[in-house]
Design a protein around this ligand. Structure first.
Ligand code: VGL
Ligand code: ZN
Length: 259
């Protein structure tokens, strides 16, 4: 009987341990905010790739930046070299019309150059260290803990601060594209939930939110804190992809954020 007691004791401790872990996992909520590309070139009136009403979401973003719940507030900046592959002017006619033309982009990873993706072409925008690449002054800069520059490798598109369009993880390649390891920063702070806002809802915000899921975080997009390049079709397409991967769309007055 002694050994039987011993066994059930251990058994009960084990069960309690598991239950405790499960309940902790269910209740853990450590949110971070990613403010995507709130830059002059994406905003009217003078931005080269101006998103309609892009500037108008700044007050909502500042409201979110001021919420005490976030353990980390990351700002991202599109930061391209002048010869970036996404600039229409870097391609030959007739297939070089900004917004309209698409090209085939090759994976820059050694040995994987045969992998291709269709790449939409854009006006020249957010060239590193130009006025167009600056975060708009309406954003409460002082609340941002980190600024991550992305899209720095001329050979590949990088909408998401988590990785390029091919999801390359080779550290040498990654370092050429982005100057901050965002996943590592989030993990250091034990972040469970990533809230994504900014520009644009159908490009950089979308791909950042999707990549956050792939990186193992619960991912949210705050609907009234983003605007799209294609204001009609763009957001509809984003919602479809959010649903497929499990990104939750909320509004800035949502209970999840106020708590
Ligand atoms: C973006 C197009 C090109 C964005 C960046 O920030 O959404 N869109 N580069
Ligand atoms: Zn860009």
């Amino acid at each position: 009987t002694l050994s039987w007691f011993y066994c059930t004791d251990i058994y009960q401790v084990f069960i309690l341990f598991i239950l405790n872990m499960v309940s902790q996992n269910e209740t853990a909520f450590v949110p971070a905010l990613i403010v995507v590309d709130m830059q002059e070139d994406f905003c009217p009136p003078n931005g080269s790739l101006a998103v309609q009403d892009g500037r108008k979401i700044a007050p909502v973003i500042n409201y979110l930046l001021n919420l005490p719940a976030f353990v980390l507030r990351i700002g991202t900046q599109d930061w391209h070299p002048a010869d970036h592959i996404s600039f229409a002017s870097n391609h030959a006619p007739p297939n070089n019309k900004p917004f309209e033309s698409y090209i085939e982009m090759n994976n820059p990873a050694p040995g994987r150059e045969h992998e291709k993706k269709s790449q939409r072409l854009w006006p020249v925008h957010c060239v590193g260290a130009t006025d167009g690449a600056r975060i708009i002054p309406e954003i409460a800069h002082d609340k941002l803990d980190v600024l991550a520059k992305k899209g720095m490798d001329a050979r590949v598109e990088m909408y998401s601060c988590f990785g390029d369009s091919f999801h390359n993880t080779n550290p040498v390649l990654v370092r050429q594209s982005v100057d901050v390891n965002v996943i590592e920063l989030l993990q250091e702070k034990n972040v469970t939930d990533v809230f994504v806002v900014g520009l644009a809802g159908d490009y950089c915000v979308k791909y950042t939110a999707l990549d956050a899921v792939r990186a193992g975080f619960k991912s949210w997009v705050v609907e009234d804190a983003t605007k799209c390049v294609d204001s009609r079709e763009g957001w509809g397409q984003s919602l479809l992809e959010f649903k497929k991967l499990g990104v939750t769309v909320v509004r800035s007055d949502g209970a999840e954020l106020a708590s």
